[in-house]
Design a protein around this ligand. Structure first.
Ligand code: UD1
Length: 359
């Protein structure tokens, strides 16, 4: 079977890596398209290297732009590429602009689409990712869900159950595979960063970092919390570009650093006393690792991390943030379970299903 993978942004890379591997082991012919949505070395190349992903067969080099510009640019550059390769199926990942753009192109020219990490819903259409999820799932021919809430959401939206497969979380496949290597890099990282006890912060959502009236009070609260526990803050380019001058004036305990590689960030998540984030994937990784996660959002498309994991939704309730932060420091964290099928074998399940479809 000829399979084409489309990736574009940082959170795609750790999802595609294990699926590519599992399909390679079954002898499928594969190609990889990188849209170039993320293009900085620290946002892209270092992940290909650390995750042992082969170099892309095709690079679309679309770069940044408004949502319409970026999505349109991916579509117009991807169409001739996919027509030239004529794969039997295109696999798209997650909820970024590259995901929806590739799905839309394929569905119009009659090439089947498989969506990995299907069915997640925040029920918040002001999030660009929610629009990407809704459209991609409507267009996909095979939908691979990471948790059972995904199956329920898809059923409610009228998607035929025969197309939906609960396979588990492919990002956790990557985490499980690379955790021993992350453990190896941690001692040196700890020495280089002079770390003792620490917390970890990431913020990049437009709803949090674009507006001064939202971001500055948030940063002030983090400045304050860093007096109780030093906080490490690897900054996404979006946040850096918008706030470089203000970030330079942070409390020295709130340490602003460049984005980190996969192994380094995984090692920090495992060893942090607490993680404060607005990312989607980090809610899942901390749940698996048992690290308390305080999510600075009003909702999550990953509710299983609230019920079976270590995640708490904080929104912009700074009192709640302080309380949960102190609880985490006192070791009074939520008891963790691990969601079903977050077991390192989700990609194997996807590869099995695709192999069955081919025969
Ligand atoms: C994208 C995804 C988001 C995901 C995030 C992970 C969409 C709609 N959003 O958001 O779901 O959580 O990736 O990082 O697809 N930039 C650089 N260098 C890069 C990439 C981006 O400097 O390599 C800067 C540019 O100024 C760009 C801005 O970051 O305009 C935003 O990049 P973009 O790809 O539009 O969205 P992200 O915020 O990265």
């Amino acid at each position: 079977m000829k399979i084409q993978h489309v990736v574009g942004a940082r959170p795609n890379f750790m999802k595609a890596a294990p699926v590519y591997r599992a399909l390679a082991a079954r002898g499928h012919e594969q190609t990889l398209v990188h849209t170039g949505q993320h293009y900085d070395t620290l946002m892209s190349d270092v992940f290909f290297k650390a995750l042992e992903i082969p170099n892309p067969d095709e690079s679309l080099n679309v770069g940044s732009g408004s949502h319409a510009q970026q999505t349109a640019s991916i579509m117009s550059r991807f169409e001739p590429v996919v027509l030239a390769h004529r794969p039997d199926i295109v696999l798209v990942y997650g909820d970024v602009n590259s995901t929806v753009a590739a799905a839309l192109v394929c569905s119009k020219i009659g090439i089947r689409v498989g969506h990995v990490e299907s069915g997640l819903r925040s029920f918040d259409r002001s999030m660009p990712e929610e629009i990407n999820r809704l459209i991609t799932d409507q267009l996909a021919d095979l939908l691979f869900t990471p948790s059972i809430d995904g199956d329920e959401n898809l059923a409610r939206e009228g998607i035929a159950t025969e197309k939906v497969f609960f396979v588990g979380n492919v990002m956790i496949d990557t985490l499980i595979r690379f955790l021993p290597k992350a453990d190896e890099v941690f001692p040196e990282l700890k020495a280089v960063l002079s770390l003792d006890a620490f917390g970890l912060v990431t913020l990049h959502r437009p709803s949090n970092v674009d507006e001064e009236s939202v971001f500055l009070p948030m940063l002030e609260v983090l400045d304050n919390l860093s007096e109780k526990l030093p906080l490490l803050f690897p900054v996404h380019p979006r946040t850096q570009q918008r706030w470089s001058a203000r970030l330079e004036r942070c409390n020295p305990n709130l340490r602003v650093i460049a984005p980190l590689g996969y192994l380094e960030f995984l090692a920090l998540q495992k060893n942090a006393r607490v993680v404060i984030t607005d990312s989607g994937g980090i809610q899942e990784e901390t749940t698996y690792l048992g690290t308390p996660c305080l999510t600075l959002r009003e909702n999550t498309e990953r509710p299983i991390t609230l019920t079976l994991g270590t995640n708490s939704l904080i929104g912009r309730d700074w009192e709640l943030l302080r309380r949960k932060f102190c609880e985490a420091l006192d070791g009074r964290q939520k008891l963790t379970g691990r969601p079903p099928f977050w077991d390192g074998k989700a990609s194997e399940r996807i590869a099995e299903i695709l192999t069955r479809q081919a025969s």
